[in-house]
Design a protein around this ligand. Structure first.
Ligand code: PLP
Length: 355
């Protein structure tokens, strides 16, 4: 077996121990005689797995009992629409902070549903909450905790008093302790850091569910999903199962505090090389740099291309930047080890020397 060093932004690398567990259990799930994806989502085996995954996620984020944990489909992208549909109308438009590509998508989807004000734009918006103005009376404020494409990350979830905060935590899910209890809703597509595509984890305060006005079609309603234990219809059982194994892995490795420690070490190694370099360019002020997705550029498309080809030659895969911004992007999710990042930075230093 020759596993590559995989810096993919998503669907992304998974911990080897989790993949091996899946392999072990694939033909016969714990004595069942068939795999978990060949069994009913209402079977005792799957119900047990579903409960365990919720319990473990609660433990990971220290969630209190006011929160429901849902496992939905439609990706983070469907949450862009479900949030504006489910929150009651306030006297004022909902507030959105536009820190990059994903926030912009969330804004344009929300505008199909309700009135939206963009409170602040650009990378600096995440460290300057004062610039958002007074948000009292807004039905909610939406932020993108980590911009996967632009590499912008909030230092922490903002505290907005009585105004509910909704946070897209897709690409930083499970990489640091985050005070999700201070938010009203946090959501993450699994494929960045927690499993195969197909399942989206939504952590939602019961107040949001109770305050929901009117009725929505059931698949768009947090209330209906919560009442049905995320089993209104057939959930993405295999993706849910793998996400549950990843939660167990995170806890066994020391939880999100340990994930944060590793993420800090890995990102510091990479930023150190970027900051010292005359070849590699970064554009962001240090206070809003992402510790998870690190974009950089070499000054020309030709050089970017040369870099990517040489990296491939060393077994360093999936470093191409998002098509919207070009350049290079290294994603440092939990399954990417410190040793993987050391190999990347050694390669980068060699490449700069000979470029
Ligand atoms: C990938 C990503 C999305 C979109 O996720 P899908 O599951 O593909 O809908 C949304 N927000 C962020 C921050 C992302 O990284």
């Amino acid at each position: 077996m020759n596993r590559s060093i995989n810096f993919s932004a998503g669907p992304a690398a998974l911990p080897l121990a989790v993949l091996e567990r899946v392999q072990d259990e694939l033909l016969d799930y714990r004595g069942l005689g068939h795999s978990i994806m060949e069994t009913s989502h209402r079977s005792p085996e799957f119900m047990e797995l579903a409960d365990r995954s919720k319990r473990n996620l609660r433990a990971i984020y220290g969630l209190n009992d006011d929160f429901e944990v849902l496992f939905l489909q439609g990706g983070a992208t469907l949450q862009f629409a479900m949030i504006p549909m489910n929150f009651p109308d306030g006297g004022r438009p909902a507030g959105y902070v536009d820190t990059g590509v994903w926030a912009s998508k969330a804004i344009s989807e929300a505008r199909c549903i309700r009135e939206v004000d963009v409170l602040a734009s650009g990378a600096s918006a995440c460290s300057d909450i004062v610039s958002w103005g007074n948000c009292e009376g807004r039905p909610y404020v939406h932020i993108t905790a980590n911009e996967t494409v632009n590499g912008v990350q909030f230092p922490e979830l903002p505290s907005m008093g009585d105004t509910p905060v909704c946070a897209d935590i897709s690409s930083e899910f499970l990489t640091r302790p985050l005070d999700v209890n201070s938010a009203s809703l946090a959501y993450a597509g699994a494929q960045k850091n927690a499993g195969p595509a197909g399942v989206t984890i939504v952590i939602v305060h019961r107040e949001v569910i109770d305050a929901m006005s009117g009725e929505l079609p059931s698949m768009l309603s947090y209330r209906r999903h919560a009442r049905a234990g995320s089993m209104l219809n057939t959930p993405a059982t295999f993706s849910w199962y793998v996400a549950g194994l990843v939660f167990e892995w995170v806890l066994a490795e020391g939880g999100v505090a340990e994930m944060e420690r590793r993420t800090e070490v890995k990102s510091r190694l990479l930023y150190h090389v970027l900051d010292q370099s005359d070849l590699y360019l970064t554009t962001l002020p240090s206070e809003c740099r992402s510790r998870v997705n690190v974009p950089f550029w070499l000054g020309s498309e030709t050089m970017d291309q040369k870099f990517l080809e040489a990296a491939e030659g060393r077994g360093l895969r999936n470093l191409k930047g998002h098509q919207r911004v070009g350049g290079i992007r290294a994603s440092l999710y939990n399954a990417v080890s410190e040793s993987d990042v050391r190999q990347l930075v050694e390669f980068m230093q060699d490449f700069e020397r000979t470029a």
